[in-house]
Write a protein that binds this ligand. Structure first.
Ligand SMILES: Nc1ncnc2c1ncn2[C@@H]1O[C@H](COP(=O)(O)OP(=O)(O)OP(=O)(O)O)[C@@H](O)[C@H]1O
Ligand SMILES: [Mg+2]
Length: 312
């Protein structure tokens, strides 16, 4: 039943999302450091949503308000002229060759492009997991290069959620323990109500004491989605999150990510090779040879297929 409901969200009608009442703006995204991980937009009534249990939780202040129709949202992430070179001399590879972009808060952005075009490199640099050779990344108002290692680690813990193709769950921990792990590492208390709400939302009630080896690939990835959302990060980065999943599990995970955007105001950036997966995003960036070759708002799935044919 839960699956059916999630499936039905896999291809949301654009009009449905546009009809959402806009959330009031929170404080400037970076203004709330270092207590930014607390539940946010405190004075804002949460928007009505398809699932009241999900909607009851307002987004983090780092998860600044999505765009009011017609008005651009404040960017939660700004990258300026990013270069990332691996190696030197004749063997040097310019994995990123001048990438600039802005991500509005509360938007779902897909990144596509041929293998080796720099998608993973870009995600890692944007998330502060890798350092650009030159250029700047400003996440939730904080320029990453200005942080020392300790502060960068803390910012990553508080502001970034990462979902990997290979799930990256700890095998010795149960599903619940994996979901709680980012909070435990950060020494933060677990908001049990929020955790349980996430577990229910991702459809894992009844599987919470299972270890990863006892879960299907789709279930493991749903644990990873809940783990990415538990800290209410400013941005969730997902690098081919459906790459190891069958089509049914893929649809579920994509629907979850879509709902986190629509109902929680979450900002999501997802790398994918699958044009159908990319079509659930609001915007698509196509990387070719470390540069943004196309940047388009997605109106309909066919557009993504056409786009990919054009850049091939
Ligand atoms: N650690 C590294 N050392 C050297 N070269 C690297 C390293 N990581 C990536 N590269 C190179 O940088 C380029 C971009 O790699 P990246 O992994 O970002 O591509 P991608 O678009 O994610 O590809 P895929 O779709 O296959 O995952 C490639 O030419 C790759 O070989
Ligand atoms: Mg990659």
């Amino acid at each position: 039943m839960e699956r059916d409901r999630l499936q039905s969200h896999a291809r949301p009608a654009r009009g449905v999302r546009r009809d959402r009442p806009a959330r009031p703006s929170g404080p400037p995204a970076g203004a709330s450091e270092p207590g930014a991980s607390e539940p946010g937009v405190r004075d804002a009534a949460p928007a009505p949503a398809a699932d009241p249990a999900v909607a009851a939780r307002a987004p983090d202040p780092g998860v600044a308000a999505p765009a009011v129709d017609g008005a651009p949202a404040e960017p939660i992430l700004v990258a300026v002229d990013l270069h990332r070179r691996y190696g030197e001399g004749d063997v040097a590879v310019n994995a990123l060759d001048g990438v600039s972009l802005q991500l509005p808060a509360g938007a779902f952005t897909a990144i596509m492009g041929p293998s080796g075009s720099g998608k993973s490199t870009l995600m890692h640099v944007l998330a502060g997991l890798d350092t650009p050779t030159s250029g700047t990344v400003t996440l939730a108002g904080t320029e990453l290069a200005k942080l020392d290692d300790r502060r960068l680690t803390r910012l990553r813990r508080e502001k970034v959620g990462f979902i990997f193709q290979t799930f990256n769950l700890l095998p010795v921990l149960t599903a619940t323990e994996n979901i709680e792990l980012p909070l435990k590492i950060a020494g933060r208390p677990v908001d049990v109500a929020w955790r349980d709400q996430l577990i229910e939302t991702v459809g894992l009630s009844g599987r919470t004491d299972h270890h990863p080896a006892e879960l299907s690939g789709g279930e493991q990835q749903r644990v990873a989605v809940a783990r990415a959302l538990i800290t209410r990060p400013a941005v969730v980065f997902a690098d081919e999150p459906t790459g190891n999943l069958d089509s049914h599990s893929s649809a579920e995970v994509l629907a979850l990510l879509r709902r986190s955007v629509d109902e929680l105001g979450q900002t999501v950036v997802m790398v994918t090779h699958d044009a159908n997966a990319a079509a659930i995003a609001d915007r698509i960036l196509v990387l070719v040879d470390g540069r943004i070759a196309r940047d388009e708002t997605i109106a309909e799935p066919q557009q993504v297929h056409r786009l990919m044919r054009e850049v091939r």
